[in-house]
Structure formats: structure tokens, C-alpha cells
Ligand binder design. Structure first.
Ligand code: F6R
Length: 609
């Protein structure tokens, strides 16, 4: 999604802005632009395409000069990607960049047209620029003009703004869309996300809804929507610039796959006391857990898939009914929830629009909410009743790997705690499962080392396929969903995941020799059943990749490729098996020459519905 940055200080603003935008590129974008204040005027440079296109354009036509400015990467929503639709957008005295969507932009645009204003672009953002310019004409105080403008806006926005009359200031305001204010020595920043500015400062403020920040080289002032000064609490990022580099790997995705053992350790170890999970710091109280009637896990994409694994484990261990819901469906289907129900919202970014709306709906209906979130201080994290942070560090690759892994690890922590609170496992089992979870970082490391070569070989067989099927039963089915999503989003090969036992009710008609099947069969109780399903697809000509445990007896005529993971506690096997699935997707995409870290049409943080 769009990324915004802003800078005021002693450095060349254009250089800082382009550098910061490069670090936001992971969010996904199709055009970029900056504006800087120099020689008494605001100059703008913008271009369709990648940041390189903007840099080339500035090399030919000159870059905006000055020590204060704003910048933007755009992921098109209103109007195609083009130079003219790229941000910044301007009125006579105002230039701004915007992340979000203005829902009532048409009615505002009509009003402004009737008032004699003309528009260059198709964007909702230009409407905000013109509206702010309109109010600024009457109210010459920029903060008052911003407050008045935001009163008219419906939707989501984070805005970075410069005014022709205030050469030493950058202004910012947000509602729903994320925005941080970076605090440096003699310089200040705005950014959609901390990684954009981590090279310059680790200290930042989080802006609340409708707060306005005024940045100058001397410091930052923040006001609420009634123009009252607000005292903010300074936050400090606990990771540094190395965490947002590729660290010698060719892509962020493979770096992040390799970071998984550390990410699990950082997430799990601090939550274990005396050999058992302790989630008190997350406001999770065993007494309250005992009273939970139903659990709903609500999320999008990969985060939702972690909930599928969570459902199997919670139902099995805690004997509690769990429904997994796609957030965009949940929020519009008037779900039957209320007091006594727990809604678990899972989100890497903590800003996903549908997940946030689902959480707010659940609260309205009287249910308790628990957020499992990676991004510190994000909106979902701030609004949930209970919160478990995953500690994956920044995830830059659009395709999620380490965030999924730590979401799984939290699903287990929570399931063990819930089961113990409900009395469906005893202390010995509780400690046993916890000790096995603590072994997973080493096991995941082993699996990365032992399966990389086989995953590479398997992907060589997949690169020419048009379509693929992932099958499994139980936990293996839950995991197949993620394997399939990972492959399709970065390799652009169509794939589906299917419950192996359901194939013969329709989908098996798709099977031909040209449809490879990846079959996951790690659960002993279901092994024979899945092998029978594999035989059914094999008999219809499919090329089969089978993933099972060391020691499993694989009949010689069942699979073309067998990939084995260590024999480990079965309920935790998804944490091991997801590694080869990630690797198969990664190497397939690499061999097809795709942009692995920024797949086409995708954005990292989906802040619009
Ligand atoms: C796929 C992927 C997405 C996200 C989904 C939710 O690799 O990353 O499916 O999982 O967009 O995002 P968050 O977790 O930020 O709510």
C-alpha cells in the first residue's frame, strides 16, 4: 500500500526522502514522488514506475532542492498508475502526500468544482489538497485549516503536508492509516513505518487518530483535533538498520526464512516461566480463559492460515469450539458472537483494514478481543483487550514467512495455556508440550539445512506447471493452505489446497499428468488415509511430491519425490513442514525470474478493504 515520508532538518531533503522511500518499497507501489522546499518555493518530482524511474527523472530534470519535504510511494486505487496521478498533489499554497482512501471524495470534488477549482488527476488525494487549500485561504493558520479539512473527510488517511508559507515545517495528520513521527537531533521525520527512518533515528512517536504534528528542525509539536497541545510518549525501536537490510541474502524472503529460528526464540522464550507459558503480561488471565465459550480466529491471508492450524490444536487440546473466519467475510455477515466469546485477530502489520474492522465489530457485540500482532504500536495492537506481540522483527518481503512462523508459535502457546486452564491437559502434559515448543527453533534450523537442496530440485519440476494442487488432512490440510498461497503469490502459478478426502467429490476431475500434486502426510493417525488419496491422484497420472516424516514407510509407487522432515511431536509439525513449503515456493519463483520480494499487484500492508 502507499507509503509516506517527510523530513525537516539539516540534510538534503530529497536524498533523505528517496532513501526512506526505498525502505518502504516493500509495501508495494507503482509510482513515486517527492516535494521539497527550496529557494522560496515547493518543487515536485514524480513518476510512474519504480523509484529508479523517479531517480532517473530527477537526474535529467533536476531534483527538488531544500531541507524540508515530503515523499510518497503510490499503490493505485483511484486512477491508473501514471505521472499525473502520482503524489504529491497540490493546491495553490499546499502540497501533500496521502496514504488511505477518502470515501466521500466525489461529493467534496463536486463542491470544489462548483467553487471554481479544477483538477489535474483522478485521485481522491488531489481533492484533499484542494480542500485544504480552500480552507487555508480563509483560515490562515495551517493547523486550524488541517483540523477543518479533516472534519469533512470520511475514510482513512495519513497525510504529509507542506505549506508555501511555512518553509521550515512539515505537517502531518492521520486517521486509521498508520504514521510515525521520527525524532532526531536537529531533524524530524514522518513515515508510514519505522523501517523507513531507522537509519536516522530509533526514537519515534505514534500519532493517534486526528492528531496533528508540526515538525521543525527544533522539534515536534502535536495537537489534538481541538488544537490542544498533546504530550507524547517517546518510543524506541528495539532493532536497528541491519534488521531492514538483506544481510548478504539475494532476497528478503530467503533472509526471513533463515531468521525463523531466532524469531521463534524471541517470541516464545520470554513467555515461559518455570517450564510453562505465562501470558500475564499480555493481560491473559487463566480464570477468564476457563470461562470462554467459543473462539473465533479472524484474519486475512497467511495470518488466517495460522489460525487454521490454531483451530486444530485448540480444539484437540482444549476441547473448545474454534471457528476460523476471513476478516472481510466476518465483518459483513452479522456474526453470532457476544459475551463469553473470544475473538482472536491475527495480523503481522496490525493495520489490515478488514481485520481491524472485524475486531471493532466483535468489541461492539460484547466479545473479548485478543490480538496477535507483529508491528509494535499498530492500531490493532492498541485497540485489542488482550495482546500477544510476535517478535519476528520487521518483515520486508511481501510474502510472509517468519511472521507466519511466529503466529504459529503463539497459537501453540495460547492453546497450551487454554487447555491447562480448562483442565483438558494436566501439568505434566502442559510442561511436555511447552518443552517441545522450546525445541522448535533448533528443529526449524535443522529443517532449513536438510530440506533446501530437495526443495530446489522439486521446484525445478514445478516451474513449467500451469496449475498445482496441495492436499492433506487435518493439520496437514491447514498447512497446505499456506503452502499453496505462498506458491501462487510469488510464482504466479495457479494452485489450490484441498482436503485430501474431499478430492473425489469433484476436484479429482482436474487431475492429469500436467497437474503436479504436493501431498502433506505427517499425521500418523491420518497417514494411511492420505496415502490412499495420493494413490488416487497418482493413478490418474499426477506427478506427486510427498512430504512426510523420517521413518515413514512410503510405498515405492506413491510419490515421484519424497521430502522428509524429522519425526517430532506431531501437533508441532506444521512449524517444521512450513519450511520446505516456503522453500519450494521461493525457489520456484526465483527460477521463473519473478520479483520475489515484491510480487505483482500485491502490497505488504493492506490498509484499504
Ligand atoms: C501473504 C501475506 C498476506 C497477509 C495478509 C494479512 O504472504 O502476507 O496474505 O498475511 O495480507 O496481513 P496482516 O498479517 O498484516 O494482517
Amino acid at each position: 500500500m502507499c507509503g509516506i515520508v517527510g523530513y525537516v532538518g539539516h540534510r538534503d531533503a530529497a536524498d533523505v526522502l528517496v532513501n526512506a522511500l526505498t525502505r518502504l518499497a516493500y509495501r508495494g507501489y507503482d509510482s513515486a514522488g517527492i516535494a521539497a522546499f527550496g529557494n522560496g518555493k515547493i518543487s515536485v518530482a514524480k513518476s510512474k514506475g519504480k523509484l529508479k524511474d523517479l531517480i532517473d527523472k530527477m537526474a535529467n530534470e533536476g531534483k527538488p532542492l531544500g531541507k524540508a519535504g515530503i515523499g510518497h510511494t503510490r499503490w493505485a486505487t483511484h486512477g491508473e498508475p501514471s505521472d499525473v496521478n502520482s503524489h504529491p498533489h497540490s493546491g495553490a499554497k499546499v502540497t501533500l502526500v496521502h496514504n488511505g482512501i477518502i470515501e466521500n471524495y466525489k461529493e467534496l470534488k463536486n463542491f470544489l468544482i462548483q467553487d471554481g477549482r479544477t483538477f489535474l488527476s483522478d485521485t481522491d488525494t488531489e481533492v484533499v489538497a484542494q480542500l485544504l487549500d480552500h480552507y487555508y485561504t480563509y483560515i490562515s493558520d495551517p493547523v486550524k485549516a488541517i483540523i477543518r479539512t479533516t472534519q469533512d473527510l470520511r475514510g482513512s488517511f495519513a497525510l504529509g503536508i507542506v505549506f508555501q508559507d511555512y518553509p521550515d515545517n512539515v505537517f502531518a495528520v492521520r486517521r486509521e492509516s498508520p504514521l510515525v513521527i521520527g525524532v532526531g537531533e536537529g531533524e524530524s521525520f514522518i513515515a508510514s513505518d519505522v523501517p523507513a527512518i531507522i537509519e536516522y533515528t530509533k526514537d519515534y512517536y505514534l500519532l493517534e487518530h486526528d492528531e496533528i504534528a508540526v515538525l521543525s528542525p527544533d522539534g515536534i509539536k502535536v495537537y489534538d483535533s481541538h488544537y490542544r497541545p498533546v504530550i507524547k510518549t517517546l518510543k524506541t525501536a528495539d532493532w536497528d538498520v541491519d534488521a531492514v537490510g538483506k544481510g548478504g541474502y539475494p532476497h528478503y524472503m530467503i533472509k526471513e526464512i533463515n531468521e525463523q529460528p531466532t524469531a521463534i526464540k524471541n517470541t516464545v522464550v520470554p513467555r515461559i516461566k518455570d517450564g510453562m507459558p505465562n501470558l500475564e503480561e499480555c493481560s491473559i488471565d487463566p480464570e477468564a480463559l476457563r470461562k470462554i465459550r467459543n473462539i473465533f480466529i479472524v484474519a486475512c491471508g497467511t495470518a488466517m492460515h495460522s489460525g487454521m492450524v490454531g483451530k486444530y490444536v485448540m480444539e484437540e487440546l482444549a476441547r473448545t469450539h474454534v471457528t476460523v473466519d476471513i476478516a472481510s467475510e466476518f465483518r459483513y455477515r452479522n456474526p453470532i458472537i457476544g459475551e463469553g466469546d473470544l475473538i482472536i485477530i491475527v495480523s503481522q502489520s496490525g493495520e489490515t483494514a478488514d481485520s481491524l474492522a472485524a475486531m471493532r465489530l466483535a468489541k461492539q457485540k460484547g466479545a473479548k478481543t485478543l490480538a496477535i500482532v507483529n508491528a509494535m504500536g499498530s492500531t490493532i495492537a492498541r485497540e485489542a483487550d488482550m495482546l500477544i506481540y510476535t517478535h519476528a522483527g520487521p518483515e520486508i518481503s511481501v510474502a510472509s514467512t517468519k511472521a507466519y512462523m511466529v503466529q504459529l508459535s503463539v497459537m501453540y502457546l495460547f492453546a497450551f495455556e487454554l487447555a491447562f486452564a480448562k483442565g483438558t491437559i494436566d501439568e505434566e502434559q502442559y510442561k511436555y508440550y511447552t518443552s517441545k515448543l522450546l525445541e522448535t527453533p533448533d528443529m526449524v534450523q535443522k529443517v532449513i539445512e536438510s530440506t533446501t537442496e530437495t526443495a530446489q530440485k522439486i521446484s525445478t519440476q514445478l516451474i513449467t506447471a500451469d496449475s498445482l494442487l496441495y492436499i492433506g488432512r487435518g493439520l496437514d490440510y491447514a498447512l497446505s493452505m499456506e503452502g499453496s498461497l505462498k506458491l501462487k503469490e510469488i510464482s504466479y502459478i495457479h494452485s489450490e489446497s484441498y482436503a485430501a478426502g474431499e478430492l473425489k467429490h469433484g476436484t479429482i476431475s482436474l487431475i492429469t499428468k500436467d497437474m503436479p500434486v504436493i501431498a502433506v502426510a505427517t499425521q500418523s493417525a491420518l497417514y494411511e488415509k492420505t496415502v490412499s488419496n495420493i494413490k488416487e491422484v497418482k493413478a490418474r497420472g499426477a506427478k506427486v511430491v510427498m512430504i512426510c516424516k523420517e521413518g515413514d514407510d512410503v510405498p515405492s509407487d506413491v510419490a515421484d519425490f519424497v521430502l522428509k522432515v524429522p519425526d517430532f511431536e506431531e501437533c508441532l509439525l506444521p512449524m517444521l513442514v512450513c519450511v520446505p513449503l516456503q522453500l519450494i515456493a521461493y525457489y520456484t519463483a526465483v527460477q521463473r525470474g519473478n520479483d520475489v520480494d515484491q510480487p505483482r499487484n500485491l502490497a505488504k500492508s493492506v490498509t484499504v478493504e
